[in-house]
Ligand binder design. Structure first.
Ligand code: ADQ
Length: 503
């Protein structure tokens, strides 16, 4: 295991803290989310800087507040200022109205506005400058997610000599989908300017390699187990699979605490010990929330004996509310909840409990512990950390996971979970029924297996694997690249012609 000699420069669109105005005064608040939680564990073993947008506030105020927030941490924060127009065209526009829907196989939701592309390039350049300013050749610049796909190219342009890596938290689509993107070639070529590219699953990695084969045929790829190495114009990029995970022990220990246990018992008591099915998601059209609600309705119609005995708790955290698609989704979800409750509610039993707000970690763990089933019906999902968090919280090993086959998590959890096709509403209803009647020994055997997997493949092992791969990548910047060579250089002379094909 190679250790980082220098510092870690983590770069993400948002910082884990955000400046917001309360009573006219700027204040820092913690922003929730999978990435913040994941990176938190990494900083325990490394020091450095986290670069990202800190909220709509002037640079000086942001810098002062971020400096204060950095005290007592192993890393500091550096804000990247973005204007309102940039937030709208780079973040809401290019990232969330083009890349997000396209990479989740929903091209009809894309708005391919060419102005979004202009701003996306400009903002990526600014992030690269901010990261490069503070990075030395011993440091690793680790960029996160689809907002920063071009940053590797700009890092080279500004002459950064740091190690570079990029991790994509969302799926990478197959070529037929990806090629709809007007800027497909520029994006693939820019990604190849990073030294390491990490994907959540093998499927994503192979989709990326297949896209290269079709769209950037001048790139060559060889297998270099457990990675692929892609060569283009004198540069090489290592490509690997690194399924993200959670801080298992932290979740499990907190879930086992007396306060969480007492809260879970209290909640179950209030529900009259009904069988509890739990959904926890960002309000996002990729998460399959309407599909889940419709499946629950089928369950109650098909199995009247479950009425009064099963309750669905659906928790959604508000998300991207400035984008019209998201507003419509909220209306659709709330209409379905009220229709289903209208159809089935009887004295002493409401079939669906619905919450639309942010929860604290303790509240989230209380619901995870109280629940008998976690239901994840994403139409497509890079990983889905909720599935893993639920398993970590099952300290008495009795919960069942029903999970969509189109999540990254299903690739790891398929042998312990009940795997469903989220478009098969009757199939989801049957899976919930099966979980309701599953013998307790089977539940325990499945949950033990799931917990063992997540305990071993936790967020620390994810970060270690990525860092190790980044630091052992050969030839950071070959001399030819500095000279601006356009020639393809055969990097692995001994590779057979078959190996030269993208695997
Ligand atoms: P998300 O799409 O946000 O992440 P997910 O992986 O499920 O999806 O993470 C959501 C996080 O938000 C979880 O940690 C969960 O606990 C938290 N959360 C959900 N509802 C909440 C609520 N009401 N209150 C508080 N917290 C809540 C993206 C990708 C995923 C990928 C992650 C990490 O879309 O596929 O798994 O990044 O790589």
């Amino acid at each position: 295991m190679k250790l980082l000699e220098g510092r870690l420069i983590a770069v993400s669109n948002r910082l884990p803290v955000e400046v917001k105005f309360r009573a006219g005064h700027p204040r820092l608040s913690q922003s929730a989310g999978g990435l913040a939680t994941a990176l938190d564990s990494i900083w325990r073993n490394s020091h450095g800087v986290w670069v990202g947008w800190a909220g709509s506030v002037d640079s000086e105020t942001a810098a002062n507040l971020l400096q204060k927030a950095s005290r007592g941490r192993s890393y500091s924060f550096k804000g990247v200022p973005l204007t309102r127009d940039e937030i709208s065209k780079f973040y809401s526009g290019f990232a969330n109205e083009i890349i997000w829907p396209l990479f989740h196989d929903m091209p009809s939701r894309c708005d391919f506005d060419p102005e979004f592309w202009e701003v996306y390039q400009r903002v990526n350049r600014r992030f690269a400058q901010a990261a490069a300013e503070m990075a030395s050749s011993k440091d690793l610049i680790w960029a996160h997610d689809y907002h920063l796909m071009l940053m590797g190219k700009y890092l080279r342009e500004v002459g950064s000599t740091a190690h570079t890596g990029f991790f994509l938290h969302i799926p990478f689509p197959a070529p037929d989908m990806f090629e709809k993107l007007p800027w497909r070639r520029q994006i693939l070529r820019a990604l190849l300017q990073y030294q390491l590219l990490g994907f959540q699953t093998d499927r994503d990695r192979y989709n990326f390699l297949s896209c290269l084969e079709r769209i950037v045929p001048e790139a060559t790829s060889v297998r270099d187990d457990p990675y692929n190495t892609v060569a283009l114009e004198g540069l090489r990029t290592r490509v690997g699979t690194f399924p993200i995970s959670i801080a298992f022990e932290e979740f499990a220990n907190h879930a086992a605490s007396q306060e969480v246990e007492a809260g879970a018992n209290q909640f179950r008591h209030e529900l009259n010990n009904k069988f509890l099915v739990l959904g926890v998601d960002r309000m996002d059209y990729t998460k399959g929330i309407p599909e889940r609600l419709k499946a629950f309705r089928i369950l109650l119609r098909r199995y009247p004996e479950l009425r009064h005995r099963v309750t669905l708790l659906q928790v959604v955290v508000p998300s991207r509310e400035e984008i019209p698609n998201y507003k419509e989704l909220r209306r659709e979800v709330e209409l379905l909840v009220s229709q289903i409750n209208g159809e089935f509610t009887e004295s002493g039993w409401v079939p669906i409990h619905y919450m639309h707000r942010n929860l604290t970690r303790k509240q989230l763990l209380t619901y995870y512990r109280a629940a008998d089933i976690a239901i994840i019906t994403s139409l497509k999902d890079g990983m889905n950390l909720v599935a893993k968090e639920f398993c970590a919280a099952q300290v008495d090993e009795c919960g069942v996971v029903v999970i969509s086959e189109f999540t990254g998590a299903a690739a790891e959890l398929q042998h312990g979970a009940l795997v469903v096709n989220p478009n098969d509403l009757a199939g989801i209803a049957e899976a919930i029924y099966r979980a309701c009647v599953m013998p307790v020994e089977e539940k325990r055997a499945r949950m033990r297996l799931l917990r063992d997997i997540i305990r071993t493949h936790n967020v620390q092992s994810w970060a270690d694997a990525f860092l190790n791969a980044a630091l052992t990548t050969e030839s950071a910047i070959p001399a030819k690249a500095h000279e601006g060579s356009q020639r393809d250089i055969p990097l692995i002379a001994s590779a057979s012609s078959q190996d030269q094909r993208i695997a």
